[in-house]
Structure formats: structure tokens, C-alpha cells
Design a protein around this ligand. Structure first.
Ligand code: VG1
Ligand code: CO
Length: 543
């Protein structure tokens, strides 16, 4: 076993986006690509000598190879120990939990989350800090700077480690501990929820379908929902993680989780359906015959979290990403809770959670979580829903009707234009930015603009400022449009257009969202010039 130093040169474009560095798998597999980035992580966090790290990933293609490289590089740079999930698997929330409970120096999560996997698809690497959360911008900036300076990396030459066997071993003086990826996470869930009550619900004939989408949550959902809570075998479907996610997009929304949607809208539909994404941090909630938007789900959880033991004392405060609908704000106002608005990406919730200002947060992209870890958590959201239903014994559709009549309804949809030429997408945003000051008072599709600005966030805890976080246009009466470019894609640009309107008349609360938002949708095109700049007349994905 020999520690060697390999000469390299900086590789362009290793800039972490909304959630880590994501590139085509082939790019990551290219000479020195992964190694350069990992060496830059070590540099960006002040080295790993003497530190204990956590390592795991979502099981996508190249996950196993990348794990071997990262272990050899950690050993070469003097890390004390790496705690690895068996077979290099860990869901993102389970990794966050391990980083925290083992009091480590952070961890590396190998995932491109909801992006498809495989040799022709996407791979990703993300560093989480000792609090268990995604590295904040100052850290990712340092990592990016280091990728531009890197001239060599250190690695140990050795055979592959067998990551399938639980237990301890050594690699060039570094300890490796291979752990069951599920055990500690499942134990944490038992401290938060009333498992007896959920068991009772499931024993009463309540039927559940959880679609793991061939991704990492399969083993977690089987262990918790079927084995611990007694859901009948087969309640968890697509439960075996596969390197290409069965050829699908592991993105839990009505488009990519169509199989689940079909099952939930069928005549003999189960009572409750849910799905999770590649790395297990997102959730989709569907009742029999009703899809719950992530923004509504967040609001329902905020209104009812106190029904679960882990939140019985009430919430400290809540937070949502800026493009997420303001359904949450209504609940917060009614309950007298502080409600924070942050830029897109979980890293912006970390300070609020650490400071004890909020205990529940969420994003419109199907991410919901609490202060139990520092990541969004798909299965946690499903368990909270089940705990609430076990107490209320109400159908999901009835819960939504009651919720909307109490708080009002925010109709909401996101339209994505994918693979747009980067120049065209940037031109659209620049053009719109230049016109913002002229928009107030103007009328589009019958809607009068009240305010128009570009969102910048001043972190109330550490005072840092993050600019250019999306363009928002608010209308008289409460409608709103947000435009921003995705920071997780790997091909061209993805334009996301977030559309919202409020409805307080109970008679109008059961409309189709696209129909209810039709004026907002046409205003979005008029104001942003979507068709004009991109040549697209329809979005690729509507969620
Ligand atoms: C998307 C979502 C964002 C989420 C991020 C990471 O980012 O919009 O809400 O935090 O993905 O989620 P973007 O920049 O593409 O809009 V995950 O589950 O893919 O790590
Ligand atoms: Co994810």
C-alpha cells in the first residue's frame, strides 16, 4: 500500500450548484475529474487530517467506483476514520443524521438526486458540514476556488475495499467502519413519531403504496413501513435500488411517478400514496384521487405537526424557499409563528435550524424537513403524514378540503423549460431584469403588477447576503410569478417558472390548477417573453 501524489491541472466548471457538483457521469469518470474535485473539497474545508467523515450515496452508476476513490484519497490525506454505508449506500437524510450523531467533521454524499443515473446520465458529489447540512455558499466558494488552483492530489494505491461486509477495517492507517445504512435512521424516526398509532392505522385496513422509484429509499421504506409498522409486503414498490433507477427519472412528481398517480386515481386506489427521489430527500404525497402539491403538503404539516410526539411542543417557526407557495405563510400567520423566506436550496435553511428559529421547512420541489436532521427528508414527511392521519382518521381529500376552507387555497404550478440554450435563457433573464422597474402598474392578462424585483437574501443569523436568487413579480390580489434558472441541470439551461394565485371562496377551491392559473400563465409569457426568447410554446414539465 503506497501513498502517491499525482500531478494534475485545474478542470474548468467544477462549480457546485444548488446542491453539489452535478455533471454527466462520463465527465465525472474522466481523467482526474473526481480526484480534482475531492482534493478541492479537502482544501476548501481546511484539510481532513485527523477528521472522521461519513460517506454514502444513492447507488447510481459509478457510486461504487467513486466511493473507492474517495476512501483512498481520505486515507492519503490523513483522515482518522470514514463511516461508510454498506455497499456505499446512504440516503441523504440518513447521511445527515450520521454526520450529526457521530459528531464527525462532515461527509460526502454521492448523488445527483432527482437527475437520472447511468453511464449516459448524471452523477454528483456534495459535501455536508459537521451540522449535517449542505455546505453553505462560503464553503462551496472555497471549494470552487480550490478546483481552480489544484496542481496535484494524494491517493493511496491499494485494492478495492469490500464495502458489502459490516464492520471495521483499516486502509493505510485510516479506520473504515461499514454501517447498516438504515438502522440509525430508523431509530431516529421512532423517536419522532407514534409508531403504535401508525401501526394501528395500518392494521385497521388503511392501504398504503410507497414508490421508491428504484432508488435509495427502497431499503429504508421496506424496513420502516413494512417491517416495523406492519404495512403488508408489497406496499413498497420499486424497492430495489438500481444503478440507472430502472431507466426512469427518480423525481417524485406526477410526470415521473406516473405509475403511482395511475394507481392512486384507479377505482381500487389505496388510501395513501407516496414516492421519493434518487437520494431519498424528496417526497410526493397523493391521497386516493387527489395529488397534494408540495407547497400544500408543507402547509398541512405545519398546521398539524403537533399531533406527532416529536413536535408536540409546537413549532419554533417555519421557513420556505422563495418560489414555494405562500400557503405556509397563512398557517404561520394563523398560529403566530415566524415564517422565513430563503433562496432555493436546503443549504439556506441550515442557519435558521441551527439557531433554533425554525423547526419545519420546505420547498415547492417536494422537499420537506425539520430540525431532526439538516437535509430535507422524504420518508420523514411520509411518516409525519401517516402520524397525522392516524390521529385524525381523515381521508387525504377531506383533510385538504378542511385545510383550504380554514386557511384559503393557493393554487400553484411550476412550469419547466428544459435544455434551453444557455445564451437564450440568460438573455431572457437579463432582458426581464432590465424591465423590472417599469412593470409596476402595468396590466397583463387582466392582472395588475404590484411589485417586481430580483430576490436577494440576507441571512438573519450570520449576516451573509446571497444575490440573484430569482425574479419575482407580484400582482394586486395576491397572484405571483417567479422566474429562475435551475442550478442542478447538466445540459443547457432549465428555466423554471413558478405560478401562484390565491383563492378564498370555498366554492372555487376545487378547480384544476392549470385552469385556475390560466391568466397567471399567460401573463408569465407576456412578461417574460418565454416563447419569444426560447421558441418554446409549451413547458416540458408541469408540476
Ligand atoms: C432543485 C430544486 C430545489 C432543490 C434542489 C436540490 O434545484 O428546485 O428546490 O433544493 O433541486 O434537490 P434547481 O436549482 O434545479 O431548481 V435534490 O433532491 O435534487 O438534491
Ligand atoms: Co434529492
Amino acid at each position: 500500500m503506497q501513498r502517491i501524489t499525482v500531478q494534475t491541472t485545474p478542470i474548468e466548471g467544477q462549480k457546485p450548484g444548488t446542491s453539489g457538483l452535478r455533471k454527466k457521469t462520463r465527465v465525472f469518470m474522466g481523467a482526474h475529474y473526481l480526484e480534482n474535485f475531492v482534493q478541492a473539497i479537502w482544501a476548501g474545508i481546511g484539510g481532513v487530517a485527523g477528521k472522521t467523515l461519513v460517506l454514502g450515496g444513492d447507488g447510481r452508476y459509478f457510486n461504487d467506483r467513486a466511493a473507492q476513490v474517495i476512501l483512498r484519497m481520505a486515507a492519503a490525506s490523513g483522515a482518522k476514520k470514514v463511516i461508510v454505508g454498506q455497499n456505499a449506500l446512504l440516503s441523504t437524510p440518513a447521511a445527515s443524521n450520521l454526520i450529526r450523531i457521530r459528531k464527525t467533521g462532515g461527509g460526502i454524499i454521492m448523488s445527483a438526486s432527482h437527475n437520472p443515473g447511468g453511464p449516459e446520465e448524471d452523477f454528483g458529489v456534495k459535501f455536508n458540514t459537521p451540522n449535517g447540512g449542505p455546505a453553505p455558499e462560503d464553503v462551496t466558494n472555497r471549494i470552487f476556488e480550490a478546483t481552480r488552483q489544484v496542481t496535484s492530489y494524494d491517493i493511496v494505491e491499494t485494492q478495492d475495499i469490500d464495502l458489502s461486509r459490516l464492520g471495521a477495517m483499516r486502509l493505510a492507517g485510516m479506520e473504515i467502519e461499514i454501517v447498516d445504512p438504515v438502522a440509525d435512521y430508523a431509530a431516529l424516526m421512532e423517536t419522532l413519531f407514534d409508531f403504535d398509532a401508525i401501526r394501528g392505522l395500518l392494521a385497521s385496513g388503511f392501504r398504503l403504496r410507497f414508490d421508491a422509484m428504484h432508488a435509495v429509499t427502497g431499503p429504508y421504506a421496506k424496513a420502516i413501513l413494512e417491517e416495523k409498522l406492519g404495512a403488508p409486503a408489497g406496499s413498497v414498490v420499486n424497492a430495489v435500488p438500481s444503478p440507472d433507477f430502472g431507466g426512469g427519472h427518480p423525481d417524485p412528481n406526477p410526470i415521473w411517478a406516473k405509475e403511482l398517480m395511475d394507481a392512486m386515481f384507479a377505482a381500487d386506489a389505496p388510501d395513501f400514496g407516496a414516492a421519493s427521489d434518487g437520494d431519498g430527500d424528496r417526497n410526493m404525497i397523493v391521497g386516493r384521487g387527489i395529488y397534494v402539491t408540495p407547497s400544500d403538503s408543507l402547509a398541512v404539516l405545519a398546521a398539524n405537526a403537533h399531533l406527532a410526539p416529536g413536535y408536540a411542543a409546537g413549532l419554533k417557526g417555519v421557513a420556505r424557499s422563495m418560489p414555494t407557495s405562500r400557503a405556509l405563510d397563512r398557517v404561520a400567520a394563523a398560529k403566530g409563528l415566524d415564517c422565513y423566506e430563503t433562496p432555493t436550496g436546503w443549504k439556506f435553511f441550515g442557519n435558521l435550524l441551527d439557531a433554533g428559529r425554525v423547526s419545519l421547512c420546505g420547498e415547492e420541489s417536494a422537499g420537506t424537513g425539520s430540525d431532526h436532521v439538516r437535509e430535507k427528508d422524504g420518508l420523514w414527511a411520509v411518516l409525519l403524514w401517516l402520524n397525522i392521519i392516524a390521529v385524525k382518521r381523515q381521508a387525504v381529500a377531506d383533510m385538504m378540503t378542511v385545510h383550504w376552507s380554514e386557511f384559503g387555497r393557493n393554487y400553484y404550478s411550476r412550469h419547466d423549460y428544459e435544455g434551453v440554450e444557455t445564451d437564450k435563457a440568460n438573455t431572457l433573464v437579463d432582458d426581464l431584469r432590465a424591465r423590472l422597474a417599469d412593470l409596476p402598474g402595468k396590466v397583463f392578462s387582466g392582472l395588475t403588477v404590484e411589485t417586481a424585483d430580483e430576490f436577494a437574501y440576507d441571512d438573519p443569523v450570520d449576516g451573509s447576503r446571497s444575490e440573484n436568487q430569482g425574479i419575482r413579480v407580484a400582482f394586486e390580489g395576491g397572484a405571483r410569478i417567479v422566474y429562475r434558472l435551475s442550478g442542478t441541470g447538466t445540459v443547457g439551461a432549465t428555466l423554471r417558472v413558478y405560478l401562484e394565485d390565491v383563492e378564498s371562496d370555498p366554492a372555487k377551491m376545487h378547480r384544476d390548477a392549470q385552469e385556475a392559473l390560466s391568466a397567471v400563465i399567460s401573463a408569465a409569457d407576456e412578461i417574460g417573453g418565454i416563447t419569444r426568447f426560447t421558441g418554446r410554446s409549451e413547458p416540458d414539465v408541469r408540476t
